[in-house]
Design a protein around this ligand. Structure first.
Ligand code: NAD
Length: 350
């Protein structure tokens, strides 16, 4: 029996990783550590609650002492670290929070792993989940590879870049067995509706404005969240210690084209006349430091470890829209309270 720590398991991607590992590996004891911020929701994991190989621990990775204690008590064999503040707009309004969680939190976990594993680290693994945003912005051509120099522009990507550097530094300096992966934008079920796809599905359904930054020209590379979770599984089990793997779907979309596609699908699903939802589009002042284009080259992961995305984007988007339409109760619960105030502050005043 191996004991694996997954941090941020109550969040969007983390909940998919926890579900995959709990179901696929009955011989692993999965410990999900999460602070349950506005973005962490245990309702995302109702179907794994009560399974004998699953345990939830509410803790804050910024609390170094609590983290050290937990590592000593549980003697983890592996760590998959996803806990983070993840929303770029929030990092612009409150950068310091991102330094605490994304940087200090990561260093606390590295210190705890190092202190617990000492000289017996050979068969252990600290796997850090990161983003393609650390690479900065591309022009019209080219792709991010594992060799692309870091050039973060938002406080979010700067905090993730710093944490990636610390993970690699602990590998090089202390011999800690680490791995890093950098993934493109994810979409799918259980994503907090402040991010583009669930926000817009929710707004289209409720006939609310669709705030599009600038002219909607920014390009993102979208990957279905369950394909990211599968990639994390493959990298955790077959990745080479000390390496970095880029994860992406070779699936670039200009924001405005993606939004128009969502509007068309939603018109059909809601029985509205074609073109109705597009009228909700409202162009707002561009985000400060907004990167133009992200695009990932995941050849290394595909060639060396045999991972390929399983879903075409249009199919994944339909599936995702269906999920949010069928899970109105989940949306209502997460869009109440703090999130509602935040939403009003960020978007309604524009
Ligand atoms: P999310 O915001 O949905 O979830 C983050 C989780 O971390 C939440 O459950 C939250 O409660 C928890 N958390 C936050 N601060 C914490 C703290 N101090 N202590 C313990 N738990 C804390 O984020 P996500 O979109 O699921 O992203 C997960 C990871 O994947 C992040 O590291 C992010 O940088 C990375 N990533 C995300 C994307 C994407 O498109 N969403 C793409 C690439 C990489």
């Amino acid at each position: 029996m191996k004991t694996i720590l997954i941090t941020g398991g109550a969040g969007f991607i983390g909940s998919h990783v926890v579900r995959l590992f709990v179901n696929k590996y009955p011989n692993y004891h999965i410990v999900n550590l999460d602070k349950l911020t506005y973005a962490g929701n245990l309702a995302n994991l109702k179907d794994v609650e009560g399974k004998p190989n699953y345990e939830f621990v509410k803790a804050d990775i910024v609390d170094g002492e609590a983290i050290q204690k937990l590592f000593l008590e549980k003697q983890f064999d592996g760590v998959i670290h996803l806990a983070a503040e993840s929303h770029v707009d929030r990092s612009i309004s409150n950068p310091t929070e991102f330094v605490f969680t994304n940087l200090i939190g990561t260093v606390n976990l590295l210190n705890a792993a190092r202190a617990t594993w000492k000289n017996q680290a050979a068969d252990k693994l600290f796997y850090h989940i990161s983003t393609d945003e650390v690479y900065g912005s591309l022009g019209n051509e080219g792709l991010f590879t594992e060799q692309t120099a870091y050039d973060p522009h938002s406080p979010y990507s700067a905090s993730k870049a710093s944490s990636d550097h610390f993970v690699r530094a602990y590998h090089d300096t202390f011999g800690l067995p680490t791995l890093v992966s950098n993934c493109s934008n994810n979409y799918g079920s259980f994503q907090f509706p402040e991010k583009l796809i669930p926000l817009f599905i929710n707004n289209i359904r409720n006939n609310r404005p669709l705030p599009v930054y600038g002219k909607g020209e920014n390009i993102r590379d979208w990957l279905w969240v369950e394909d990211h979770a599968r990639a994390i599984d493959v990298i955790f089990h077959q990745g080479k210690t000390g390496e970095t793997y880029n994860i992406g779907g070779h699936n670039e979309w200009k924001n405005i084209d993606l939004i128009r596609l969502m509007c068309a699908i939603m018109d059909r699903k809601l029985g509205r006349e074609n073109g109705t939802s597009e009228q909700l589009i409202s162009y707002v002042k561009d985000r400060a430091g907004h990167d133009l284009r992200y695009a990932i080259d995941s050849t290394k992961l595909q060639k060396e470890l045999g991972w390929v995305p399983s879903l075409q984007f249009e199919e994944g988007l339909e599936k995702t829209i269906d999920w949010y339409l069928e899970n109105e109760e989940w949306l209502k619960n997460v869009t109440s309270g703090d999130y509602q105030n935040y939403y009003e502050e960020q978007y309604q005043k524009r």
